[in-house]
Write a protein that binds this ligand. Structure first.
Ligand code: HEC
Ligand code: HEC
Length: 266
């Protein structure tokens, strides 16, 4: 415990808390389960399918498996829509990401569009509080979840519990106190912070990330990792697509991939 204090983890924590302050002020509000807002917002499945087949498939894949023709050229790899992880993402967040691009959503530059049922939250930076070697060990420790066996590393475990578990969950399931807030335990939840922190037990999701990406995301935070180290973000398509088109493609992603064929429970 003492070394964490010395390394100033708590300063980093205080910073990360200020990022998610809006979440705290809504502590008493319950998030409705799976809000199917794309349909309500006039999204049309067939139109969405067409747009997906013209634009999105090249990265996210015709089958939504994140392996379209150019998937190897982007880091991190494109999101895997058929993963059970996606159930935690809201339609409204997806709409905002496609319209404004993920960077702008995380920076709250969404021209007055408020992401409902979830607070945009960027992974905070820990470069001030953790040594590079500690970060590398943490990565090995985190990857252990999807391998089914974690290295015996009490220090990483302690750092994770103290500094990371509030968002990522003590067992790396992405279900810390902040994303879950006051939702019923034991049933699938909608993450209160968007994007939802990863469920580290999902192999296909962890395969999207190289060690270099994970290192810089922890050291610099998500926004700087992309601005300084040039890791990819989901780009904006608001200049190409009308709002109805975007709601349509979100509806297609939700119905064809997320609700359609979850591969594993969790
Ligand atoms: C050039 C490749 C590329 C194309 C084309 C593309 N995406 Fe993405 N998309 C990505 C990448 C990379 C990510 C993962 C970003 C991350 O993990 O931060 C992503 C993530 C997403 C996400 C999840 C956001 C998140 O936080 O992970 C959604 C939703 C999404 N894309 C929808 C779409 C839709 C809809 C289209 C078509 C209109 C599309 N994408 C086209 C690369 C692409
Ligand atoms: C305030 C909440 C919060 C805290 C605290 C936090 N993270 Fe994150 N982290 C996130 C979110 C949200 C993402 C998803 C980023 C994205 O998709 O753009 C993320 C992403 C990551 C990733 C990239 C893979 C993934 O899950 O998408 C790693 C690795 C990671 N965090 C590790 C850590 C470690 C290690 C700590 C503690 C030292 C930590 N995080 C603390 C919210 C947090």
């Amino acid at each position: 415990m003492k070394f964490l204090w010395e390394k100033g983890v708590w300063i980093a924590l205080a910073c990360s808390l200020s990022l998610i302050a809006p979440a705290a002020s809504h502590a008493a509000r319950r998030i409705p389960p799976n809000p199917e807002t794309a349909k309500q917002n006039g999204g049309d499945y067939r139109r969405g399918k067409k747009i997906y087949g013209e634009i999105c498939f090249s990265c996210h894949g015709v089958k939504g498996d994140g392996k379209g023709p150019i998937w190897r050229t982007v880091r991190p790899r494109p999101q895997v829509f058929i993963s059970p992880y996606m159930k935690r993402m809201t339609d409204d967040y997806m709409f905002a990401v496609v319209k404004f691009g993920k960077m702008n959503v995380l920076k709250n530059r969404t021209e007055g569009h408020k992401v409902k049922n979830g607070v945009p939250t960027a992974m905070p930076s820990f470069g001030e509080s953790l040594e590079d070697e500690q970060i590398r060990k943490l990565i090995r420790w985190v990857r252990g979840f999807s391998k089914g066996e974690q290295p015996k590393d009490a220090v990483s475990r302690e750092i994770f519990t103290d500094a990371c578990s509030q968002c990522h969950g003590g067992k790396g399931l992405g279900n810390g106190a902040r994303p879950v807030e006051d939702q019923d335990p034991g049933r699938p939840f909608i993450s209160h912070i968007q994007p939802p922190p990863m469920n580290y037990h999902l192999k296909e999701q962890m395969a999207r990330f190289g060690d270099g990406f994970l290192f810089w995301v922890i050291k610099l935070g998500r926004i700087d990792a992309s601005e300084i180290k040039k890791f990819n973000f989901m780009q904006s398509y608001g200049h190409l697509l009308k709002d109805e088109d975007i709601w349509s493609v979100v509806r297609y992603v939700r119905e064809a991939f997320i609700n359609g064929k979850p591969r594993k429970k969790k």
